[in-house]
Design a protein around this ligand. Structure first.
Ligand code: NZQ
Ligand code: ZN
Length: 403
């Protein structure tokens, strides 16, 4: 399907929704990789991937074959790790420059895609690519990126974000630019059959959180956006339970795949200003302790929600009723809110996801909590969150609660 760009103004907020990407969805679609690269002008490709799952599954060979059939020369660079490293990005930039690469094809999950986006920015920039992630420079150009997706989670296949970890200081930082949005995403749900349960379920949490980060904001008059978000959340919860029992259920894999893309392409945020505090809190955990992103989000969400809900009881109550099926308590709406938070944590537990940092295998010391908060506040230079602006000391308190 092809979508076109539009600008929407909903409620009090002006939103920008970018939808000029090609999604090729369904069985065997990876065989179209070569033709799609050609369609988007690629004449020499860097195929970028992770630590080897795409080799073991045979996917990489099928992608190479498709490029060969389209007559497109390629070079390869594997090794993108979860919470992808800046050093590999540097390697990719050098390789692309040396080989005259003009298109990057990421084959894998969010880490390979984010690393590919970063390489794309770096090739077209004379300075240090980390400048973008430090927000001291803005990308003016990028090598285009395409995706063959193997994991439903980050939505990076349609998002304008890329998240990279700098091993110097273990800082995990994001950069967003429409230049980095993939030109196309090939999405064959069967490619996700080989995922371990933990990755599948972490992905489901990440998808939900991309929607919830947008849902939890003070904007009121966004009925359609709210309904889309609520429908997406209920779909993911329903299908995740199916995948727990049968990881090779094609329909469930398809629903989750599609939800992943729509949860992070802006659709469920039209007219709203997102909160994003949980993502910022998790990114520091990922940078310092290398935890799986979605699991890290599940570990902090409940503590964040209990810390901030008083700022918007109606919004949290709406979530409890419409998403978690909690009956509205007219005498005590706060009880509705707390039951909704508990219900989502129960769901996380039911899909074997953590609801505390300890369950991630990390025993946080007070010194580490203070370090996390210091880094998350960008060395005390920023607040995070929309439902409530969180200062460095608020961040530390949430880490303490989530411990
Ligand atoms: O490296 P390989 O061998 O491929 O193994 C990966 C990795 O170990 C494995 N895997 C992926 N597809 C598989 C598979 N194993 C078997 N079968 C398959 N089909 O799964 C592991 C995790 O892969 P990764 O790409 O790291 O996972 P994910 O897609 O969750 O990406 C996580 C990264 O994306 C960032 C996260 O912070 C994290 O760094 N995010 C990116 C966003 C964006 N660009 O828009 C938004 C998100 O909020 C997030 O921050
Ligand atoms: Zn995420």
């Amino acid at each position: 399907m092809r979508w076109h760009c539009c600008v929407t103004a909903l409620a009090q907020q002006t939103s920008r929704l970018y939808l000029l990407q090609q999604v090729v969805f369904g069985k065997d679609t990876e065989h179209q990789a070569g033709a799609l690269v050609r369609e988007f002008g690629g004449t020499k490709v860097l195929v970028h991937y992770g630590k080897g799952s795409v080799k073991r599954s045979g996917l990489l060979d099928r992608v190479f074959q498709s490029l060969d059939e389209a007559g497109i020369p390629w070079v390869e660079l594997g090794g993108a790790v979860p919470n992808p490293h800046l050093s590999l990005v540097h390697e990719g930039i050098e390789l692309c420059k040396k080989e005259g690469v003009d298109f990057i094809l990421a084959v894998g999950g969010g880490s390979a895609i984010d690393s590919a986006k970063a390489i794309g920015y770096g090739v077209k920039y004379d300075g240090e690519v980390w400048d973008f992630y430090e927000k001291i420079a803005v990308a003016k150009d990028s090598v285009p990126v395409g995706v063959v997706l193997t994991l439903a989670a980050t939505g990076s296949e349609m998002s304008n974000s890329s998240v990279i970890t700098n091993e110097e200081g273990w800082l995990k930082r994001g950069y967003s630019s429409d230049l980095g949005r993939p030109k196309f995403a090939i999405m064959n749900p069967e490619l996700t059959y080989t995922l371990p349960e933990y990755q599948t379920m972490s992905g489901c949490v990440d998808i939900m959180m991309h929607t919830m980060e947008r849902y939890f904001s003070h904007e009121m008059n966004t009925e359609l956006t709210d309904s889309l978000a609520e429908g997406l959340l209920k779909t993911v919860m329903h299908q995740a339970k199916i995948l727990l029992k049968n990881p090779q259920d094609y329909d469930a894999r398809s629903e989750i795949f599609w939800a992943g893309s729509l949860s992070h392409n802006g659709l469920t945020g039209c007219g709203r200003v997102g909160d994003w505090a949980c993502h910022q809190l998790e990114h520091e955990l990922g940078g310092m302790f290398d935890v799986t992103h979605g699991a890290g989000l599940a570990a902090v969400w409940g503590s964040w929600a209990r810390y901030v809900y008083m700022n918007d009881i109606p919004r949290f109550a709406k979530f409890a009723v419409n998403v978690m099926d909690v009956p509205y308590n007219y005498a005590d709406p706060e009880k509705t809110v707390l039951e909704g938070i508990e219900a989502l944590e129960d769901f996380f537990r039911s899909i074997h996801m953590p609801t505390s940092v300890r369950e991630l295998g990390v025993e946080l010391t007070e010194a580490q909590i203070l370090e996390l908060a210091y880094k998350c506040s960008h060395m005390d230079k920023r607040t995070i969150g929309g439902i409530q602006k969180l200062t460095r000391s608020d961040m530390a308190e949430i880490y303490r609660m989530a411990k």
